[in-house]
Design a protein around this ligand. Structure first.
Ligand code: IMP
Length: 428
């Protein structure tokens, strides 16, 4: 199968946007399968920097089909804003972007609820309404794109949703109630924005797969933020893991050719939650500055730390990752000694397992192995041109994690990349 899943194998922000954009040259189709406009996928192309929150990162490559699957929660205002931005720059998006009719809509009240919940829960969410939209989906009071033309249904489901919305907004937070009229007006606007994009994307994908097209399944966030496998409750509300590809697009397991995990050469996290290798002093600050580690969605400074091989090994296992792409390698240039976390000491015991409970993970003290640093890797395009210390670092990580590092990114531009392969999208 000439398809590849590209997912984050840390806490998000691994540089998936660059890798997807780069590999989309070799693909025909790029699909998003989960998350919403909480993502921030940065792409540098032709000297210009783009940040995509919702649109698949293949959108800049004209003639590539882009799919937003049923597993995504979609805010039409964010969709419209991003489409306008891309179109204003002269990118032709006509007849190549498809949105699933079964995807759930992010409603204005979901955004309001996200902010209210955040005050009491302190997860550090993006406040884009992602969590409430997924909660309503599972509570069977969500509104989907396929509902937009069915006025009677819309009124019926809106009333059911508003019972819950107002019980919380009015009952718990003492705000003004949301009216059916307001929601129906917003839905009318949603219908206008989404006209012409909505289709049965699972069916479309089945056709593409039958034709042997090369497809990228683009994950958002990362495995350690997955609602099932991440550092719960400090997680997002969807499944970035490979399992999410199948449920988020309506395809079978045979459709997945290769799973490529993206990791940074170090670790970052935005929002709250445990982070064993976090560096709180000047070294962390220096990595933040050099790596421009500020949230692409919210501008928040990202927490930075050393590479955590325990966490990545775990992410690789639960997602069936077969190869890694390592980004921001050059950000480590010039650092003398590079500690890598190879195990945790928890309550006086050594372990190489990633604990399920966050209070336990908070107590984990990283066990480090140190590697010699190197002078410069910035912009290097061939593996043979890397300094020996850099290839030693890569080889050591491959051994610790158990999968090959097939791509190494040495700068933000798509050309600043070493591709060692093999990649499923290159299959003949
Ligand atoms: P939510 O996805 O907005 O509900 O936020 C839940 C958690 O996931 C918070 O800690 C966010 O900072 C984090 N998060 C959501 N999207 C991203 C992302 O694209 N990159 C990194 N962290 C993210």
């Amino acid at each position: 199968m000439k398809t590849v899943v590209i997912l984050g194998a840390q806490w998000g922000d691994e540089g998936k946007g660059k890798i997807v954009h780069l590999l989309s040259d070799r693909a025909d189709v790029v699909c998003r399968y989960q998350g919403g406009n909480n993502a921030g996928h940065t792409v540098v192309s032709g000297g210009k920097k783009w940040v995509f929150h919702l649109l698949p990162s293949g959108i800049l490559k004209e003639k590539k089909a882009c799919i937003i699957g049923n597993g995504v929660v979609l805010d039409p205002y964010a969709f419209s804003e991003e489409m306008t931005l891309v179109q204003n720059e002269g990118v032709d998006t006509a007849s190549r972007l498809y949105v699933s009719d079964r995807a759930h809509l992010i409603m204005p009240y979901h955004r309001a609820l996200d902010s209210m919940y955040e005050e009491s829960l302190g997860i550090g969410t993006t406040k884009r309404g992602i969590g409430p939209a997924y909660s309503y989906k599972y509570a069977r009071i969500g509104i989907r794109l396929c509902d937009l033309d069915e006025r009677e249904y819309l009124e019926w489901i809106t009333k059911r949703a508003l019972d819950e919305v107002n019980a919380t907004i009015v009952g718990k937070y003492g705000r003004n109630p949301v009216t059916v009229r307001e929601v129906m007006d917003a839905l009318e606007e949603y219908g206008e924005i989404m006209k012409g994009y909505v289709t049965d994307t699972s069916r479309l994908l089945a056709e593409y797969l039958k034709e042997g097209r090369r497809i990228i399944f683009e994950g958002a966030q990362g495995v350690l933020l997955d609602v099932d496998f991440g550092t719960y409750p400090y997680v997002t509300s969807s499944n970035p893991v490979t399992g999410g590809v199948l449920t988020g697009l309506g395809i079978g397991p045979g459709a997945v050719g290769q799973v490529l995990g993206v990791v940074k050469a170090y670790t970052t996290r935005v929002g709250e939650g445990p982070f064993p290798t976090e560096l709180e002093g000047p070294t962390g600050e220096s990595i933040r500055e050099r790596g421009c580690e500020f949230g692409a969605s919210t501008g928040r400074p990202r927490r930075c730390g050393w590479f955590d091989a325990v966490a990545v090994r775990y992410a690789v296992r639960v997602s069936g990752v077969q190869a890694l792409a390592m980004t921001k390698f050059d950000v480590l240039d010039g650092i003398d000694r590079l500690p890598v976390c190879t195990g945790y000491r928890i309550d006086g015991r050594d372990t190489d397992r990633f604990p399920a409970n966050v209070f336990v993970l908070e107590r984990a003290v990283p066990v480090y192995e140190e590697f010699a640093g190197w002078e410069s890797t910035a912009g290097v395009k061939r593996y043979e041109d890397l300094p020996a210390e850099a290839t030693r670092y890569i080889a050591a990580l491959e051994k610790l994690i158990g999968v090959p590092i097939s791509i190494v990114s040495t700068g933000p531009d798509e050309t600043e990349t070493i591709i060692r392969g093999p990649l499923a999208v290159d299959a003949g």
